[in-house]
Design a protein around this ligand. Structure first.
Ligand SMILES: Nc1ncnc2c1ncn2[C@@H]1O[C@H](COP(=O)(O)OP(=O)(O)O)[C@@H](O)[C@H]1O
Ligand SMILES: Cc1ncsc1CCOP(=O)(O)O
Ligand SMILES: [Mg+2]
Length: 267
């Protein structure tokens, strides 16, 4: 496999301009902890989130949405039933969908659910290194929802998982790696403060679902989502004093980021 290449910022600029022009409707079936940060990250960036969770409504809405997120962070039977309905409707309608396999490999119920969902062929999978190692069958269960491995150690697992599933796989950490199994982008931006506020990984997966909506190039779309979160994480850290103000500064940075700034940084 060729070594990962740093994602050029002009691609991030183009993808962000596309998202801002389209303002995609994004269906989020996510966990109870991160509802607020996920919706606010999408609104600040320029997408339109909606949490539609009842089995009676999830299929109809997944068919209408530009993108769908399935996040198993606080999974229980009724939520899994709604996820199955949403995924099947998304597949029938051609809606791209993203899986966030929170803590897969740690507990059997969610691990079995993730395997069943992956058989329904997600467009993208975004996880930390322990999650991607576990899904690729390399062991590597994390500590609860957190990774015990660095992202660099999961690059070949991500590439294999992408080839096995047909999904774009993003493994995040100090550097994020985004792969379709053949080409691998690296996005080196970010700050450890992103790990001191709950839900930044889950909100990034929501952003991945938003960028994949109507995307002509899904690898670039997923990589751009990772780059945007990393760049804005850096900017937010320098404008804040700790996790509390960082959370607000992150939303401000996502709102203020624009394609022109990214093209100037690229030059
Ligand atoms: N050590 C780090 N340095 C810089 N950025 C990081 C670091 N660890 C994670 N991030 C960033 O934090 C965000 C969440 O990623 P991660 O912590 O891997 O996900 P999760 O919250 O699902 O475990 C991503 O934008 C990622 O790039
Ligand atoms: C703390 C917690 N518990 C179940 S889901 C969840 C949120 C995990 O968020 P992230 O994966 O973004 O750190
Ligand atoms: Mg996570």
């Amino acid at each position: 496999m060729p070594s990962p290449i740093t994602l050029p910022l002009h691609i991030v600029a183009d993808e962000l301009a596309r998202l801002r022009a389209e303002q995609p409707l994004v269906h989020l079936l996510t966990n109870e902890v991160v509802q607020d940060i996920s919706a606010n990250v999408l609104l600040a960036t320029g997408a339109a989130p909606a949490m539609i969770v009842a089995e009676e409504e999830a299929g109809a809405f997944a068919a209408l949405a530009g993108g769908l997120l399935i996040n198993v962070g606080t999974l229980y039977p009724a939520r899994l039933a709604a996820m199955r309905i949403a995924v099947d409707a998304a597949n029938a309608a051609g809606t791209p969908w993203t899986l966030d396999p929170v803590a897969v490999g740690v507990l059997d119920y969610r691990t079995d659910a993730c395997r069943e969902l992956i058989a329904r062929r997600p467009t993208a999978i975004r996880g930390n290194a322990s999650e991607i190692l576990a899904l690729a069958g390399f062991g590597g269960a994390g500590r609860g929802v957190d990774s015990t491995a660095g992202s660099q150690s999961a690059v070949s697992a991500a590439e294999q998982l992408a080839r096995d599933t047909g999904a774009i796989v993003a493994v995040t950490g100090e550097t994020d790696f985004i792969t379709d199994g053949e080409t691998t982008w690296a996005t080196p931006w970010g700050h450890p403060m992103l790990t001191r506020v709950v839900g930044t990984g889950c909100a990034l997966s929501a952003l991945v679902a938003a960028f994949t909506a109507h995307a002509p190039n899904r690898l670039d779309a997923v990589a751009a989502a990772c780059a945007v979160m990393g760049i804005c994480g850096e900017r937010a850290e320098s404008a804040s004093d700790g996790p509390g103000s960082f959370g607000f500064a992150l939303l401000d940075a996502l709102y203020l980021l624009n394609p022109r700034m990214l093209r100037e940084l690229d030059a």
